[in-house]
Structures are given as structure tokens and as C-alpha cells.
Ligand binder design. Structure first.
Ligand code: SF4
Ligand code: SF4
Length: 436
């Protein structure tokens, strides 16, 4: 066993089996099965580490595969157990012994090569532009998949301005110019490289455009860096550390010297980018990782500058990889706080996983849907009913958006930065060319 794996397993040492983590675990809440709880999984992982269970044992595989990797069990643990690190070690050991399932291999293979995912996502965008996913989304597995694609569209941001919503897949706009507060000394303008990623770049280019504009208004200078790869988070979560490392190396090679900060608007990508130093074990990777910030952190550092009211009722849903992995809690709220008079709700269960969890919703759709159902029920019961659910991760946007459509709820989904962008446009800081 590698030293890094041993260290990761050691993060499970403080567990005293108290069970305080059980009510925070979505898979335990759905099944009531101790084997699907953090405490049960820790016992299994320790048995695997000690060689008392085989990495081919069906019960071990069932319980560990069913873990969302959401790390909702970490903040509630009074002993400070590092569950995520232990899970990483166990999944790596299982991967070394038996590889990936054919389905996981196929999905992860797509994300490993730009030459494969780019044309596939181009096809998805073409399908999305036909409007069929919006029309045919529903509760069946096929309908839910179409709902996920439909949810990646820019939508329902028609607030105070009363603009019609649009499903336009891309929107470039004119970048906003930094408008210093009258009378205030001008702040330095740090440079920021935008991490483009794969899903974000292919299906959420409207969020990238909003990210650029809002950063510029808040005094950052955004630079484009070519040659970026997928962050590798999906591969790392599946235990394929080798593939994750090779993608991380590609990103470190092009991003490490490019800017003062690296802005990430996908919580899952940001969580791993911040860990590149540990993953690659090189000073260059550690230096690059230290520059990584979630978009909400960069904007919160500048206030952010207030926009104009947009007249929307929204509920914020915290992505697991932002709150538990990156431990970023206040910055997204500060970002939303820059939209005057925004009616913001934090609903029960908003800190719980939506069931997306990387490729989990593809590999274990039934459990993913069961986990999502509780969240959708909370949205359905909200008074007043929100116009939008805002969350800063593409998988969550697609999973929650599809769930809302399947439940027939007239609620949209958006990234928090899209709201700030609309608010800035309302304030006249810039005009977005084309339609919303
Ligand atoms: S992980 Fe923490 S909360 Fe859960 S059983 Fe172990 S010590 Fe208790
Ligand atoms: S990571 Fe999430 S699903 Fe896995 S044991 Fe912890 S709370 Fe449960």
C-alpha cells in the first residue's frame, strides 16, 4: 500500500462509532441501512485496509459504491474524522484490484480526452437548441436525462426587467468595465484566469460569460488560458488517481504561471483544483492550487459591488463540494447579498446532497433520485414558492433542474453569478449583447 493511501486511511482513526453522523447521511436516511451509513462504511473500509475483506467482496462494493462522496458526514462528526480521505484511499485500493465497471469506464473515458467530449457535448448542445429536451423531460430515466440537459440552458432570469426567458446556449456580451466607487481609492486589479473545465465550458458558457463580466466589474482583470483539461475530479472520486493526476498535470502546465488567481465556478472542480498540490506532490502544483478560488470567494473579497434589484424569489442550495470540501459557506451569500432586495430563502435540507455526485446519478440512478426526492419535496413545500433555485455546481444545477421538471414544479435553476450578472445589467454597468 502506498504511503499516501496509508495516510488517507489514518484520517478514519478518530472514529469512536458514536453514530452522530447517521442523520446527516442521505443514503442512510433513504435506506435506514447501517451499511449505507458513514459509521458502517468506516468499519468496512478499515476491514479492507487490514486485508480482512477482499476488494472483490460484493457487500463491501455495494455499500462503498452507494456512497455519494458528499462528505455531509464530516462537519457533524465531533471527533474530526476525515471521511472523504478514507473513502479516497478505499476507492483507490478497489480500483487497483478490480478496475472500473464498464459503465464507469465508458463515462470517465469520455471526460479524459477533449477530442471525445467536445463533439459529444456539441451534439448535446444541438439537441438542446431544438427545444426537444424541454418538451420531453419527465420522470422516466430517459425523460430525466433530457431534463438534465434542459436544465443546463440559461433560463427564467426575467426578474424586474420582465425580459422573456431564453434558452440560448451561449451569450458572449460585452465585458463590464471596472467602475470604482465614487471617492474611493482605486483598488489594484489582480489578474484572474478563468478555469473553463469540460461540462461548464460545453453546456454552461452563459455562466462563464457572467463570471467574466462580474469579475471585471469588481476590479479583476480576466485572462483566458488555452489548453486546459477536465479537472480530473470524476476520475479521482472513482479511485482512478492515475487518470486524475495526468489531467491535473495538464492543467498545472498551462495555468500555474498565468495569473494572480484562478477562478472556478464549478464547486466540484474547485474542490480538486485546490487539492492539486497534495494530488501531484510538487511545489508547482501546490503553488497553483494556492491561487484557486471559487468565484464567490473572489467576488466576496471585493464586497461585491452592489447591483440593482431584479425582483426574484430565490432559494440557495449549497453544493457539497463547496460547503464540505472547500468549506466555503458565507461567500455565496455575500454574492447574493449584492443583489438589492433579493428575496432569499435557505430551505430545510439545503445543505444536503442532491444526488448528483459526479457520475453517481448515471451509475446509481435509483438512489440518486431517492436522495433528490427529499430536496424536491422541500422546494414544493416552500412558502412563498421560489422562482429559482440557485447553486454553484453544474451537476447540482442539472440534477435539481431535472427533478423540478419531473415533479412538474414551475421553478428554474441558475448559478448565483447569473443573478449578480442580471443585477449588474439592470444597474447599467454593462449591456449584454443579444437576448436573455
Ligand atoms: S464518523 Fe464521527 S460521527 Fe460518525 S460514528 Fe465515527 S466518530 Fe461518530
Ligand atoms: S459521504 Fe455522504 S453518502 Fe457517503 S457516508 Fe458521508 S454523508 Fe453518507
Amino acid at each position: 500500500m502506498l504511503e499516501a493511501q496509508r495516510r488517507n486511511y489514518a484520517s478514519l482513526d478518530p472514529c469512536v462509532h458514536c453514530g452522530f453522523c447517521l442523520p446527516a447521511c442521505p443514503t442512510y436516511l433513504v435506506t435506514g441501512d447501517e451499511g449505507h451509513s458513514p459509521r458502517g462504511r468506516i468499519v468496512l473500509m478499515r476491514a479492507l485496509e487490514r486485508g480482512e475483506m477482499s476488494p472483490h467482496d460484493p457487500a463491501l462494493l455495494e455499500h462503498l459504491d452507494a456512497c455519494l462522496g458528499c462528505r455531509g458526514c464530516e462537519p457533524v462528526c465531533p471527533s474530526g474524522v476525515g471521511y472523504g480521505s478514507g473513502l479516497e484511499a478505499a476507492r483507490e485500493q478497489i480500483f487497483e484490484a478490480r478496475g472500473l465497471s464498464p459503465m464507469a469506464r465508458a463515462v470517465l473515458g469520455v471526460f479524459q480526452h477533449r477530442a471525445v467530449w467536445r463533439p459529444l457535448f456539441a451534439l448535446a448542445r444541438t439537441l438542446r437548441a431544438t427545444g426537444l429536451p424541454q418538451l420531453l423531460s419527465g420522470r422516466s430515466r430517459f425523460g430525466f436525462g433530457l431534463g438534465m440537459l434542459a436544465a443546463s440552458s440559461e433560463q427564467r432570469l426575467n426578474g424586474a426587467a420582465g425580459r422573456p426567458s431564453s434558452n440560448s446556449p451561449s451569450q458572449t456580451g460585452r465585458p463590464g468595465n471596472y467602475l470604482p466607487t465614487p471617492g474611493a481609492a482605486p483598488l489594484p486589479r489582480p489578474t484572474v484566469a478563468l478555469f473553463r473545465g469540460c461540462v461548464m465550458n460545453a453546456l454552461f458558457s452563459h455562466v462563464h460569460a457572467a463570471t467574466r463580466r462580474t469579475l471585471e466589474v469588481n476590479g479583476y482583470q480576466v485572462v483566458e488560458v488555452r489548453g486546459q483539461a477536465c479537472c480530473g475530479a470524476l476520475h479521482e472520486h472513482a479511485g482512478n488517481a492515475g487518470a486524475a493526476r495526468s489531467l491535473a498535470e495538464a492543467n498545472v502546465a498551462v495555468l500555474s504561471d498565468q495569473a494572480d488567481f484562478i477562478a472556478v465556478n464549478s464547486a466540484g472542480c474547485g474542490a480538486l483544483l485546490k487539492e492539486y498540490g497534495r494530488l501531484l506532490g510538487s511545489p508547482t502544483a501546490a503553488k497553483m492550487a494556492a491561487k484557486v478560488r471559487d468565484i464567490s470567494e473572489l467576488l466576496a473579497e471585493r464586497g461585491p459591488r452592489a447591483g440593482a434589484p431584479i425582483g426574484l424569489e430565490v432559494a440557495y442550495d449549497a453544493p457539497c463540494h463547496l460547503q464540505h470540501a472547500q468549506r466555503v459557506h458565507q461567500a455565496p451569500l455575500a454574492l447574493l447579498g449584492a443583489v438589492p432586495d433579493l428575496r432569499l430563502q435557505i430551505l430545510p435540507g439545503s445543505d444536503r446532497c442532491c444526488g448528483s455526485a459526479g457520475i453517481y446519478s448515471v451509475l446509481r440512478p435509483q438512489m440518486a433520485r431517492a436522495v433528490l426526492d427529499d430536496k424536491i419535496a422541500s422546494f414544493a413545500a416552500a412558502q412563498p414558492r421560489p422562482d429559482l433555485i440557485v447553486t454553484g455546481n453544474p451537476g447540482c444545477l442539472m440534477q435539481i433542474g431535472a427533478g423540478l421538471r419531473a415533479a412538474g414544479l414551475p421553478i428554474g435553476v441558475a448559478h448565483p453569478v447569473e443573478l449578480l450578472d442580471l443585477s449588474y445589467e439592470e444597474a447599467g454597468y454593462y449591456e449584454v449583447s443579444g437576448e436573455r
